[in-house]
Ligand binder design. Structure first.
Ligand SMILES: *Cc1c(COP(=O)(O)O)cnc(C)c1O
Length: 422
């Protein structure tokens, strides 16, 4: 099995004339087709809305494209709120799904009329203390505890996760919020991450829809929207079958008709907060081979490092690699592909079979469109790369410039003796 790239060697050669490697490149056509598919897959639900998880790819140009397809933004920090505001998203366009939230962020979210999703029972009292009266709409995040397992064995451990309220807290929470004048209620849960199965959303939806009935019975509160949050995965590995968003939408519709409609709750809106699924496959990191090293192993050193893409170093995550122009060449060589950090985990691939790599070859690291650039950092004084959009006409547009030393030193600008660095 192979994974296709959305950019060719010829296009890369053209792009590097203006923008040197390394850079993250995004596929506008792919982003658009996928956003359209998401919209269609849930069009059976009148109130459906995808709130793009901004943390996955916090770039206003990408957010503007998704906005054209009706997407709002899922934010969890002050700067994500500011970014969303800047691209014209306010009020119901924003879900504020934060945790361990500082007071000023609740205040800002309330000022923007964002839909606020509380992560804890104590946040009810906390919110009121720091931000005053509750908005008319409030959402609560559920954590069922224990282990959450899907039919194909994929599972996660909500019982070990820091997020959400227990069921008893949830029911009590809705009761309190209602007493305090809240009129529109949401229920949210994020139980399993990066699920490569069409079953996750339907299974989660069934859990949450049944809980809606219990909340109505025990708290006297009717839920207006169910937020399935993120967790829809992508096929990082070449042998994985990608999720089918139409099957996922139809699966949610089936349980909606089974559970909610007969209970007279056929007007509940479905919200999602997908990040990875919206942008992951539509981004790649383009980097050049600059060193080869033959010691106890064969190494290829590239001009990108974990500062540009942290997932392999942090989680040992697999990212497929294509050597541009050698798409059909046999994978006859085993390499570790490394970055330059003084950290031995700065490897994009370990013992990876690839075509023979020559110095100057461009490597395309796949599926970096979500939690890629966004997780970048500045260890070793490494500067974050540029972001480019490969537009539908085949030309590249700069959507974030690369960092310069000036950016790195900017936080010393208040010190007279170091001002000249910044
Ligand atoms: C990270 C996150 C998401 C997005 O998750 P993906 O796995 O990228 O879809 C959505 N909602 C919340 C609250 C998150 O923390």
């Amino acid at each position: 099995m192979s994974k296709k790239t959305f950019v060719t060697l010829e296009q890369i050669k053209e792009i590097v004339k203006t923008y040197p490697t390394p850079f993250h490149l995004y596929d506008e056509a792919g982003l658009r087709a996928n956003a359209q598919a998401v919209k269609e897959a849930f069009s059976w639900n009148k109130g459906f809305r995808e709130y793009f998880a901004v943390k996955a790819e916090p770039n206003p140009f990408i957010m503007e494209i998704l906005k054209e397809y009706g997407c709002g933004a899922d934010c969890s920090s002050l700067t994500e709120l500011m970014l969303s505001e800047k691209v014209g998203m306010t009020g119901d366009d924003i879900m504020f799904s934060s945790n361990d939230t500082p007071p000023e962020e609740f205040v800002k979210a309330k000022e923007m009329n964002a839909i606020i999703n509380l992560d804890d029972f104590t946040h009810i009292e906390y919110f009121e203390r720091v931000a005053g009266e509750f908005p008319k709409t409030m959402c609560l995040r559920y954590n069922p505890g224990g282990v959450y397992q899907l039919s194909n064995g994929i599972m996660d451990n909500p019982g070990d996760s820091k997020y959400g309220l227990t069921k008893d807290q949830l029911i009590e929470g809705y009761r309190i919020l209602k007493e305090k004048g809240v009129e529109r209620f949401g229920l949210h849960a994020f139980l399993v991450s990066n699920t490569v199965t069409n079953d996750y959303y339907p299974t989660l939806a069934k859990t949450l829809f049944e809980l809606c009935l219990e909340i109505r019975e025990k708290a006297g509160v009717t839920i207006n929207f169910v937020n399935l949050s993120g967790g829809v995965g992508i096929a990082y590995q070449p042998d994985q079958t990608p999720n089918d968003i139409y099957a996922i939408g139809a699966g949610v519709e089936r349980v909606y008709n089974e559970v909610l409609v007969p209970a007279g709750m056929g007007d509940v809106a479905i919200f999602t907060e997908m990040g990875r699924f919206m942008t992951g496959p539509y981004g790649c990191l383009v980097t050049q081979a600059i060193h080869e090293k033959h010691t106890y192993k064969e190494y290829i050193g590239v001009d990108a490092c974990a500062a540009d893409l942290m997932r392999p170093a942090m989680y040992g995550a697999y990212h497929h690699i294509t050597v541009a122009g050698k798409e059909d060449a046999p994978c006859t060589k085993m390499y570790d592909v490394t970055g330059s950090l003084c950290e031995n985990n700065d490897k994009f691939a370990i013992d990876r079979m690839l075509p023979e790599i020559e110095m100057g070859d461009y490597l395309i690291i796949h599926d970096t469109g979500a939690h890629g650039y966004a997780m970048g950092y500045n260890y070793n004084g490494r500067l974050k790369s540029a972001e480019l959009l490969l537009q539908t006409d085949g030309t590249a547009r700069l959507i974030r410039r690369a960092e310069t030393p000036k950016d790195y030193f900017a936080t010393f600008d208040c010190f007279e003796q170091y001002k000249d660095l910044s």
